[in-house]
Design a protein around this ligand. Structure first.
Ligand SMILES: NC(=O)C1=CN([C@@H]2O[C@H](COP(=O)(O)OP(=O)(O)OC[C@H]3O[C@@H](n4cnc5c(N)ncnc54)[C@H](O)[C@@H]3O)[C@@H](O)[C@H]2O)C=CC1
Ligand SMILES: CC(C)CC(=O)C(=O)O
Ligand SMILES: [Mg+2]
Length: 349
């Protein structure tokens, strides 16, 4: 198994190092990592946030383990050169349209949740986020002068029916494999894009009579996720709404440092990354929680490498480490990034 390892910027190198440590311990000789530059780190060396060589490596690998991109030193750059374009470019180039973001409350972290006793033990939801369309990719976009010579910026929110159909099917399939409940989140009371979204989701629902489908507007969904997150099982939504709601869901279950993700295409190619960014405020301080990246490694074993038992082993080790009290600063503890990695390693053994 050849894995493209893209550590990236900020806390990226610290958190991916812990995930690699765990993956090597679980899969030993059968896994090899090929490192490549991405994001601000790549721009500084090559002038591009997503060098051709990195893209080629990703295309030729069995899976991609990704840290994070984003560097304040690059804030002055035009959009096309900014580190964040690298992850957007990879998603588009590899057609990684299906983003799975599980948000599970580890029972031992109930006290860390800002919702505390309001959050039901066993809260476990899966956000299925469309990843290659919407306002992040829609054209036209840009900055110009309006008819009164004022500067204006504009983006285009856009989805075609094929894009909605394929992510809806992933949502229904995911719901079918879990509780059988799917909630589609949109803003169809206001947006044309969302009206098409809802129409197409309803059409695809005909193929899944066994799945109970509901719809919710995104503003209400944000409120409901805080009020009673356990009412959801599988959520399917667009790129922008899924981005925001998954950060929100992470806080409900304790910390953004806990949520992994898988970004998949229709051929089973996968990129695995924590849902958070490069956290420049704590980069290099050993404060980052590596669990989201370690759990992304488990998702990689499950979805791309078909090693379900090894994925389970890692997830179990994370639970055990938390049960034994392992806590980084985001969880109210004092452990460093590598101490948390070591706690998971000890739990594995
Ligand atoms: N996929 C990616 O590579 C993403 C990149 N970004 C980029 O990351 C940079 C920083 O963005 P922010 O909005 O600050 O979001 P962020 O997710 O990097 O950080 C938000 C807050 O959460 C904390 N945090 C994040 N990950 C953590 C971890 N593993 N352990 C403990 N605390 C953690 C940070 O310290 C910060 O206080 C920006 O350049 C942004 O564009 C943001 C999101 C995703
Ligand atoms: C390009 C990233 C900054 C988008 C993001 O926040 C995410 O995918 O979670
Ligand atoms: Mg995000």
């Amino acid at each position: 198994m050849r894995i493209a390892l893209l550590a990236g910027d900020g806390i990226g190198p610290e958190i991916t190092a812990e995930a690699v440590k765990i993956l090597k311990a679980v899969v030993s000789q059968e896994i090899e990592f090929d490192e490549a530059l991405i994001g601000g780190a790549a721009w500084k060396v090559t002038g591009s946030p997503l060098p051709e060589e990195t893209l080629k490596l990703c295309k030729n690998s069995d899976a991609i383990l990704f840290g994070s991109v984003g560097d304040p030193e690059c804030d002055h750059l035009e959009r096309a050169l900014r580190p964040e374009q690298a992850i957007l470019g990879l998603r588009k180039e590899l057609d990684l349209f299906a983003n799975l973001r599980p948000a599970r409350l580890f029972p031992e972290l109930q006290a860390e949740s800002p919702l505390k006793e309001n959050i039901v033990t066993g809260t476990d939801l899966m956000i299925v986020r469309e990843l290659t369309g919407d306002v992040y990719f829609g054209t036209p976009r840009g900055q110009r002068k309006d008819d009164q010579n004022r500067r204006e910026g504009f983006d285009t929110m856009r989805y075609n029916e094929d894009e909605v159909k394929r992510i809806a099917r992933i949502g229904f399939e995911t719901a079918r494999s879990r509780s059988g409940n799917l909630c589609s989140i949109d803003k169809s009371n206001v947006l044309e894009t969302s009206q098409l979204w809802r129409t197409v989701v309803l059409e695809i629902a005909q193929e899944y009579p066994d799945v109970e489908l509901s719809h919710m507007y995104v503003d209400n969904a944000a409120m409901q996720l805080v009020r009673a997150p356990d009412q959801f099982d599988v959520i399917v939504t667009g790129n922008l709404f899924g981005d925001i709601l998954s950060d929100l869901a992470s806080a409900c279950v304790g910390s953004i440092g806990l949520l992994p993700s898988a970004s998949l295409n229709s051929e089973g190619k996968g990129l695995y990354e924590p849902i958070h960014g490069s956290a420049p405020d704590i980069a290099g301080l050993g404060k980052a929680n590596p669990l989201a990246t370690i759990l992304s490694g488990a998702m990689m074993l499950r979805y791309s490498l078909k090693r379900e038992a090894d994925a389970d082993r890692i997830e179990k080790a994370v639970s055990t480490a938390l049960e034994k009290g392992a806590r980084t600063a985001d969880l109210g503890g004092k452990m460093t990034t590598s101490e948390m990695g070591n706690a998971v390693l000890a739990a594995l053994n």
